[in-house]
Write a protein that binds this ligand. Structure first.
Ligand SMILES: Nc1ncnc2c1ncn2[C@@H]1O[C@H](COP(=O)(O)OP(=O)(O)OP(=O)(O)O)[C@@H](O)[C@H]1O
Length: 272
């Protein structure tokens, strides 16, 4: 019997002439938080749906070792349903008793009187997570769980996900937020042009792409972006240069770069 929670071998899927998955190979170990990263349209949802058994694939094998719980996409419930009605319905379908402790941790009480359509994005996410957990699954799929959430909502969801891991659950999530998956996930797979172009830990990824930062400086003369692996030195030299020229700085932002920028970097390295 395999030890991994999920094993995917040679997974291929096309929609008409559009090859979305061109032979994916990866496995997800039991008890890990695993992220599938990719830009919009990379095929994350398609991969998930193939694994979940919701979508037919063209070829390859998928083995799943455990019960799956799936977090619904937003607005997938009827507008008038109330959270507790949805929870009772799901519990009935799953033939399980409702776990009120779990509902309390997700603060479902706070929203139980509202209708689905009246819930905020964060409240809908919490309800969707509760519904995914109703059947006490071993493997939980979260498709962009923090998209559209504010910082507080994001932090609280990350805490929930970490708690699930401590309970021994396997968490599989899709995201396009590099910073998020770096702090949250044990391993990351990057999906690009139908293939897994990277699969490993966040620090392995950092070693591969280098610790690159992007400094965005807005001045009275316009916007400029600089790439660096040494924020301090680059900032000092940029700022002193601007001061010397008498150009006023209006705003400065530093970030880790977008996923696209990291892809370009990885692709460049692999073609060498
Ligand atoms: N039912 C479908 N019929 C035809 N094409 C589809 C279908 N579902 C998805 N696609 C196409 O497959 C590709 C991958 O879509 P998918 O939703 O899997 O990507 P994704 O990585 O989840 O994207 P996002 O981050 O935007 O959710 C896209 O080009 C999309 O247009």
């Amino acid at each position: 019997m395999m030890n991994s929670a999920i094993q995917v071998r040679g997974l291929k899927k096309s929609y008409d002439n559009n090859i979305v998955l061109n032979g994916l190979d990866f496995q997800i170990e039991k008890g890990e938080i695993f992220a599938l990263l990719g830009v919009n349209g990379a095929g994350k949802t398609t991969t998930f749906e193939c694994i979940e058994g919701l979508r037919k694939y063209d070829s390859g094998t998928i083995m799943v070792n455990g019960k799956m719980g799936i977090q619904l996409q937003s607005s997938s419930l009827p507008a008038h349903i109330k959270p507790m009605e949805a929870i009772k319905l799901f519990a009935k379908w799953n033939g399980v008793k409702i776990d009120y402790t779990m509902l309390n941790t997700l603060d479902i009480k706070e929203i139980e009187k509202k209708q689905y359509a009246q819930l905020s994005t964060g409240q809908k996410r919490r309800l969707h997570l509760a519904l995914a957990l109703i059947g006490n699954p071993d493997i939980i799929f979260l498709d962009e769980p923090t998209a559209g959430l504010d910082v507080e909502g994001r932090v609280s969801l990350h805490e929930q996900i970490r708690k699930l891991k401590l309970q021994g659950k396997t968490i599989v999530l899709a995201s396009h937020d590099m910073a998020e998956v770096e702090t949250l996930c044990d391993r990351i797979a990057i999906l690009n042009s139908g293939n897994i172009v990277f699969c490993g830990t966040a620090s392995e990824l950092t070693n591969k792409v280098g610790r690159k930062y992007f400094i965005h400086i807005k001045t009275e003369q316009g916007d400029n972006t600089f790439k660096t692996d040494n924020i301090e030195n680059t900032l000092i030299s940029l700022l002193s240069d601007l001061r010397q020229k008498g150009i006023q700085v209006l705003d400065i932002k530093v970030d880790r770069g977008t996923l696209e920028q990291h892809f370009i970097e990885i692709a460049r390295r692999e073609s060498k």
